[in-house]
Design a protein around this ligand. Structure first.
Ligand code: HEC
Ligand code: HEC
Ligand code: HEC
Ligand code: HEC
Ligand code: HEC
Length: 325
């Protein structure tokens, strides 16, 4: 076996026998799976792989006729500084391997490592491990993230480490290469944890709820073109024993998303409450159903009053005169 491999290496070093030229002619993503089959299987499940085929995208781009919509959903080449141009071939691959890794100027696959890759030239490029790499398409989210000065990159959360693994699952190449750091190409969206949201009830001029995104270093929800939403459902138990409920919807499109570490206040319409229950749910752009993020209950030993009622407020600005979204 060893002898065979050594012979193989010797032959390989004598020429371009391993070069597969059409890999540099922008093939379909499926072609990359001949060797990178694990990465392909992850990518196939990702939103990037569905960016063109997405039914919602098809409808909203008016059956692919709105040309300004198309370039990020089937990009030719991902460069951080510029919005991509539309790819000519295999648009159904969406945000594909070639779009993210192949560069026209070097005719090589760019990636985070220095590798020896006989079938195609490769070039090391440190941008791949940086948030900046995602900026060309996720423009708004990148700007939000940049302002937070967060240490963690987009990749830390949306391409989490899978430990050291082989990049290639094809004989005999797999034996020529050591295991190296791998990252999840299913690009998981993830979900905020209960502790990512700080929720308090405050008695300012009125009773109000304070919500802070303390855990996600971009707006929650964040978007460039999608319309993910956060639902804040507040139920109150009133002193009369009756219950009452209000729902506030937050989104990027409505420009009221939770900015990282900045408090958002929600004025409550009740002058007195015995207990409050706050349920926060999210709905991703491409999902129909909502999912719970956190549920928090507040009960008050004594009934909580808003500090000013209409009769006691010297300026006549009781809580009932406040606009409640
Ligand atoms: C015939 C096998 C083969 C095919 C097909 C193939 N590659 Fe590779 N690729 C390799 C090998 C071998 C390496 C080096 C692996 C290592 O060092 O562990 C590599 C490495 C890479 C790297 C890593 C570069 C870095 O610097 O981190 C990228 C990116 C890459 N390939 C992209 C692609 C893309 C995109 C396609 C499809 C267009 C593709 N490859 C098709 C064999 C292949
Ligand atoms: C060439 C453009 C492009 C680049 C570069 C790009 N993305 Fe995307 N990304 C998209 C598009 C388009 C979608 C939406 C796909 C869909 O659902 O239709 C998307 C969706 C996503 C989603 C899913 C969001 C959701 O709604 O659930 C995540 C997570 C994501 N990208 C992370 C990243 C990260 C991290 C990087 C950088 C490593 C990156 N993307 C680079 C275009 C890009
Ligand atoms: C600058 C790049 C860019 C352009 C141009 C763009 N999108 Fe997107 N689109 C994205 C990214 C990135 C996402 C991932 C979620 C997010 O950040 O909104 C996305 C997500 C979406 C989604 C939600 C995911 C899904 O598949 O359901 C829809 C729908 C969508 N885009 C439609 C459009 C439409 C319609 C246009 C044209 C008006 C457009 N996009 C133009 C980058 C772009
Ligand atoms: C949205 C852009 C994007 C797409 C699509 C994409 N990659 Fe990557 N890929 C990256 C980034 C960014 C990294 C570096 C991650 C890091 O180091 O944090 C990477 C890393 C790699 C690596 C090095 C090993 C690793 O897991 O870190 C290989 C090999 C690779 N990609 C191949 C592929 C292949 C093959 C496909 C298609 C099946 C593909 N990539 C699709 C952005 C992309
Ligand atoms: C500390 C981890 C972390 C970092 C860093 C991070 N994100 Fe996120 N991101 C998340 C989590 C968690 C969610 C899911 C929020 C939820 O529950 O809906 C998310 C959601 C998203 C979504 C889907 C829309 C939404 O609001 O649900 C996109 C698109 C996205 N992130 C892109 C990016 C990009 C691009 C970067 C880098 C500029 C980045 N993220 C940095 C954790 C992170």
């Amino acid at each position: 076996m060893i002898g065979f491999l050594l012979l193989f290496l010797l032959v390989a070093s004598c020429g371009d026998v391993f070069v597969e030229k059409e890999l540099l002619e922008r093939p379909q993503a499926k072609r990359c799976s001949d060797c990178h089959s694990d990465i392909y299987k992850e990518w196939e499940k990702s939103r990037h792989a569905l960016a063109w085929k997405s039914e919602k995208f098809r409808l909203e781009s008016e059956n692919y006729t709105k040309t300004k919509c198309l370039s990020c959903h089937a990009p030719h080449q991902a460069d951080p500084e510029v919005k991509p141009t539309l790819r000519v071939e295999f648009k159904e691959d969406g945000v594909s391997c070639v779009a993210c890794h192949f560069k026209e100027n070097t005719k090589a696959m760019h990636g985070p490592h220095k590798v020896w890759s006989p079938p195609h030239p490769s070039k090391q490029d440190f941008n791949y491990a940086r948030s900046f790499f995602c900026a060309g398409c996720h423009q708004e989210t990148y700007k939000e993230w940049h302002l937070t000065k967060a240490q963690k990159s987009c990749q830390d959360c949306h391409m989490p480490s899978l430990g050291e693994k082989r990049f290639v699952q094809k004989f005999p190449f797999e034996y020529f290469h050591t295991k190296k750091p791998r990252h999840d190409h299913s690009f998981p969206t993830g979900k905020a944890k209960p502790e990512d949201l700080a929720i308090e009830v405050e008695r300012g001029e009125t009773l109000r709820l304070k919500v802070i995104n303390v855990g996600i270093p971009h707006n929650l929800p964040t978007a460039d073109q999608g319309d993910p939403k956060l639902y804040i459902i507040i139920s109150a138990l009133l002193p009369t024993g009756e219950s009452s409920r209000i729902v506030k919807v937050l989104s990027y499109q409505a420009k009221n998303a939770l900015v990282y570490k900045e408090p958002t206040y929600i004025e409550l319409p009740w002058a007195e409450v015995k207990a409050l229950e706050v349920l926060i749910q999210r709905k991703l752009s491409w999902k129909e159903e909502r999912e719970d993020i956190v549920k928090k209950e507040f009960s008050f030993k004594t009934t909580v009053h808003a500090p000013f009622s209409r009769s006691s407020c010297p300026y006549g600005r009781g809580p009932s005169s406040h606009k409640v979204f």
